[in-house]
Design a protein. Structure first.
Length: 130
């Protein structure tokens, strides 16, 4: 079953896409998939969820993958961000570098699980705010 579509650019559509990325991250990892790719989906889930909330609050943001920058914008607007969401700043490292071959340490299963937990905290927090 396909996810429900919302108005393009709306907070609901951004959150729907975040939930889609989170769902992919939580799927059992096929043998031919890198843990880094799982972490990318986790990062994307958190990023899209935060952007959904920024849109809902009427807060302008740059098109960046930096979770810390997005959280800072929320805090500057007076939105109390829980520590479990703030911890998701670590996901930023999976936004670009981990997607490409390069000189980085491979991601472990434990690191991927932690990334999924952080992304889940962000997505569910944003969902509760919308």
């Amino acid at each position: 079953m396909s996810p429900k579509r919302f108005v393009p650019g709306s907070p609901e559509e951004w959150l729907s896409r975040a939930l889609s990325n989170l769902s992919r991250a939580k799927q059992p990892k096929p043998d031919d998939v890198y843990w880094e790719d799982i972490c990318f989906d986790a990062q994307q889930a958190a990023e899209k969820a935060l952007k959904a909330l920024l849109i809902r609050e009427g807060i302008r943001f740059r098109l960046v993958h930096d979770i810390g920058e997005l959280i800072s914008l929320l805090k500057k607007a007076g939105i109390a961000v829980p520590e479990s969401v703030t911890e998701a700043v670590d996901l930023t490292e999976f936004a670009v570098e981990a997607r490409y071959p390069g000189p980085f340490e491979p991601v472990s299963e434990a690191e991927a699980e932690a990334a999924i937990q952080r992304a889940t905290a962000v997505v569910y927090w944003v969902q509760s705010k919308l």
